[in-house]
Design a protein around this ligand. Structure first.
Ligand SMILES: Cc1cc2nc3c(=O)[nH]c(=O)nc-3n(C[C@H](O)[C@H](O)[C@H](O)COP(=O)(O)OP(=O)(O)OC[C@H]3O[C@@H](n4cnc5c(N)ncnc54)[C@H](O)[C@@H]3O)c2cc1C
Length: 863
């Protein structure tokens, strides 16, 4: 007989919780040769599925997906009876696994952990249970569940009621018989939606008290489809691998289109197919912008509203059941069996608490503002103190006496949702800052358990005693996660994702919204980069590998990932014509930018008299307007008067200026100094024709991006030297300013951020002989005299090879006494700022450009 750790007072790892997370954690501890004990408040394994025994409780992810993958044998020997297994079957599954792997041998049940304290001298935790026992351990794993701390109902007089009281989250094990009873259900979240139809079928009367309606789609439960089972059975490993790298932990095709990109009939047909398919992830997975675009989401919201109206007979009840205060998917949607139909039963009544709020619970029922109700039983389906409740439910004290409650006073701070600084060797499974509740939790649980077990093995192998994140790493992770959330509609909902359901809880978006696959790769990368963002301590001292795992703005990151997935050859290998065609195609795929008042195409003379095409963008407001000569990006080789169309439209509308985008001559056909000469010639012609163009004479600014910003900067310098035209200001976005390419950013950002040094060097070679690159008309930074130049806005991006030369130009202008606004954009790349309506996080930089153009023209400052 193998020994048990249940009475040990010192172990390698204490695991709190015997749900699916704690069970697998124990398996991994044993496999790695660590001594471990599981402490569990319940009387047996199962966690969620031990406690939540209310009628109708079942999973909302297909059972074939919501099951362990770590035991290949188990995958073959266990067959789920339904698409969405009910609680008893899921609990039996947990018990089956516990039996099969003899897990209970190292589990202490009916044992609640009340406190945990880190001892810096011994580098160990002391875990105290409600029995008064202390257990010391090196590693302390919180497998305490995201939805395991029931929320206390915030109703006045809850204790007063003398009838039966039930909570869906701690349902009696021998069931409840509601036959002939008058029952109240308080809440209309997932548990309520599952249980209401069954309670209604049994009770004499059921009154549902609803504060906020939720979206629900029919589960259409039944046997798992042969097709799905075949996909799984054919190659379980491949199936699971796909799930692990998917968006939410279930293999699914990624939709390529937004909801507004297809015709109305097509959209409706796809929603109908989703409704029939009855899978939770399909609800927001029909189109790619449901969770990001309010207008797109509205189409889905209307579709579900129509379904509710078509099902519920009483129009007033139907309206009350239609969620209007949040977008679909910003709260976890529900799967139901006959939920909406239940409101057609004569014994069921819905009370809309938004119209008639509960005032107090009484001895015999409850009073709303307008009515008194009498009940035999009240069922509270009031949800959970999600994600953080069970963690801070234990008094945890880390280094220097800091408690976790204090540290998280304004919201949870974690690195990767796994650990938090100041609390060494404290691990959280599916903690805040990880995908957790936004995913198929089984996949997320397994990933965390594996990561944690591997970290412990690493410590042991390397002779370290403890691991904890650095403050920089976790601060930036929280920021990154929030930035991701802000790209979605998620934070707009008053949901438990935001902690809004618990009075006094700080309101921050708790789970990581970047997706299961992306998140997994991030965690793996932290390890591959030598535990980036962690400090490891041991007898040989402290090793700190400080850093930021995801420094890019999230939408920029996603765009780069998408481009990387395309596996395109480097631009410089496409040849000039190939590169031009590619850029044109890429440009056509971008959002078009805002409508302007008028667009007019024309021609103006270039530096050598060659006619150059231009496109003029005129604001819809009454003129005359200040004018901006705009020079497009493209390394002097690519692009045209229309290639920066979205940005030109944006600047036109937001600066209330006429933008004249000039198609200066390109290399290699016209090499240096053709582009520079055309820049000045175009500005001169525009200034001379300001009246005809509808502009204000004497109000000409120059602007450009990349090589175009080089042309703009050179134009400002050449205009000064030539004594005209007068330039009121210059807006230089990621400018090329120096033909030397040996600055830190050239090396650090040489590859992987859109513009590469490979292509930049190719651009230089096409444009300019090495001997000419020191000429200020090629390298404006190298001009002898930068005084008396027009005021400038210089924008540089952190992950741009050209960052440092742009920074140097801003500094040099400032030192020469030029009025300079220098905007440095953290997390942005060379190509990010012109991506109007595609990249949200760079909007402030575009706005800075428009504001600068406005400020150059005091005449229009008030328009
Ligand atoms: C009704 C319901 C339905 C759900 N359906 C799905 C679904 O379909 N798909 C999905 O992906 N997820 C679902 N979830 C989420 C579900 O919680 C997870 O899928 C998963 O079961 C969590 O496992 P866990 O081991 O992390 O936590 P849990 O199962 O919550 O287990 C945590 C355990 O820790 C114990 N514990 C907590 N604090 C202490 C302490 N201080 N001392 C001792 N013991 C403690 C608890 O008693 C509990 O047993 C559902 C949740 C609920 C409530």
């Amino acid at each position: 007989m193998t020994e048990s750790n249940t009475s040990a007072t010192d172990v390698d790892a204490v695991i709190v919780g015997a749900g699916f997370a704690g069970m697998y954690e124990l398996v991994r501890m044993r496999r790695a040769g660590f001594s471990a004990v599981v402490l569990e408040a319940a009387h047996d394994v199962g966690g969620t599925w031990y406690w939540n025994r209310y009628p109708g409780a079942r999973c909302d992810i297909l059972s074939v997906d919501y099951s362990y993958s770590w035991d290949p044998e188990l995958q073959q020997e266990w067959t789920w009876s339904e698409r969405y297994a009910a609680q008893p079957e899921i609990l039996r599954y947990a018990q089956f696994v516990a039996d099969k792997h003899d897990l209970r041998r190292d589990m202490r049940f009916d044992t609640r952990v009340v406190s945990a304290a880190w001892n810096d001298d011994t580098s160990r935790w002391t875990i105290r249970t409600d029995n008064g026992d202390d257990i010391t351990c090196q590693h302390y794993v919180m497998a305490t569940g995201c939805l395991s701390m029931p929320k206390v109902p915030d109703l006045e007089g809850t204790d007063r009621f003398l009838g039966e009281v039930y909570f869906t989250s701690t349902w009696p094990h021998d069931g409840v018989d509601f036959t002939g009873k008058r029952v109240a259900v308080i809440g209309t979240g997932s548990s309520a939606i599952q249980s209401i139809p069954l309670i209604a079928a049994e009770a004499a009367q059921l009154t549902v008290f609803q504060r906020t309606p939720n979206f629900s789609i029919p589960a259409r439960n039944g046997p798992i489809s042969d097709e799905r089972m075949a996909a799984f059975r054919a190659d379980p490993d491949a199936y699971r691998a796909e799930a692990r790298l998917s968006a939410a932990g279930v293999p699914r095709d990624t939709p390529m289109e937004g909801a507004l990109m297809v015709a109305d009939e097509e959209r409706l047909a796809r929603y109908e197919a989703m409704w029939e398919a009855s899978e939770l992830l399909g609800v927001t997975g029909t189109f790619n912008d449901t969770l990001a675009n309010a207008e797109s989401n509205e189409t889905l919201r209307n579709f579900i509203h129509d379904k509710i109206r078509a099902t519920v007979n009483d129009p007033e009840v139907a309206e009350a059941l239609c969620p209007t205060n949040h977008y679909v998917g910003t709260k976890r949607a529900c799967l139901d069996t006959n939920y909406y139909e239940t409101y057609n039963r004569p014994n069921v009544r819905l009370v809309d608490l938004r119209k008639d709020p509960i005032e107090t619970v009484t001895e015999t029922g409850l009073n709303t503002a307008g009515e008194s109700f009498e009940f035999d039983a009240i069922v509270f389906a009031t949800g959970f103190d999600a994600m953080t409740g069970a963690i801070v439910g234990v008094d945890i004290t880390g280094r220097n006496g800091l408690t976790l409650k204090e540290k998280w006073e304004h919201g949870p701070v974690t690195y990767l949702g796994l650990m938090t600084a100041g609390f060494p060797n404290l691990y959280m499974i599916t903690g805040p800052g990880s995908p957790s509740v936004l995913s198929n939790m089984m996949v997320s649980i397994e990933q965390h358990v594996d990561w944690i077990a591997d970290a412990m093995i690493h410590l042991r192998d390397q002779g370290h005693e403890s691991i904890e994140p650095t403050e920089l790493a976790e601060t930036k992770w929280v920021e990154h996660s929030n930035d991701f959330a802000d790209l979605t509609l998620m934070p707009t909902a008053n949901s438990w994702y935001m902690g809004v359901n618990v009075p006094g809880k700080p309101q921050v978006f708790l789970p990581y919204p970047g997706g299961v696959g992306r998140y997994r790769l991030t965690c793996d990368e932290a390890v591959e980069r030598g535990y980036l963002g962690f400090a490891l301590d041991g007898p040989n001292g402290r090793t700190v590998n400080d850093g930021i795992i995801r420094p890019l703005a999230p939408d920029v990151q996603v765009m780069l990932e998408t481009m990387a997935e395309m596996g395109l050859p480097p631009l410089e290998t496409m040849g000039v014509e190939g590169a031009r065609a590619f850029m044109e195609m890429a440009g056509a795929a971008m959002p078009p930018g805002p409508e302007v008042g008028e667009i007019a195409d024309g021609k103006l003379p270039g530096g050598d008299g060659t006619p150059l095409e231009y496109r003029l963008y005129r604001p819809a407001t009454a003129g005359p307007h200040p004018i901006v000569a705009y020079y497009h990006g493209g390394g002097w080789v690519l692009g045209s008067a229309t290639s920066d169309d979205p940005l030109c439209r944006y600047l036109c509308v937001n600066s209330n200026s006429i933008i004249v985008s000039v198609n200066y001559r390109h290399a290699p056909e016209a090499r240096f100094p053709a582009a520079a000469d055309d820049g000045l010639a175009a500005a001169t012609w525009i200034a001379d024709h300001a009246d005809n163009l509808g502009g204000i004479p004497g109000r000409l600014a120059v602007a450009g991006w990349s090589a175009g910003a080089n042309v703009a900067a050179v134009t400002a310098q050449q205009a000064k030297l030539a004594g005209g035209p007068a330039i009121s200001g210059q807006v230089l976005l990621c400018p090329v300013t120096d033909g030397t390419t040996d600055r830190a950013s050239h090396a650090d950002n040489a590859d992987g951020y859109g513009l590469t040094m490979g292509v930049m060097n190719w651009f230089w070679d096409q444009y300019c002989d090495p001997t000419d690159r020191a000429d200020p008309k090629a390298s404006p930074l190298l001009a002898d005299d930068l005084t008396d130049l027009p005021p400038a806005l210089v924008i540089t991006c952190e992950f741009d090879p050209l960052r440092d030369e742009g920074d140097a130009y801003a500094d040099a202008l400032g030192e020469a006494g030029v009025s300079v606004e220098h905007v440095q954009c953290p997390g942005q790349t060379h190509t990010a700022i012109p991506a109007v309506d595609a990249l949200v996080t760079s909007e402030y930089a575009r706005k800075a450009m428009a504001d600068a153009l406005r400020s150059f023209s005091d005449v229009h400052a008030d328009t």
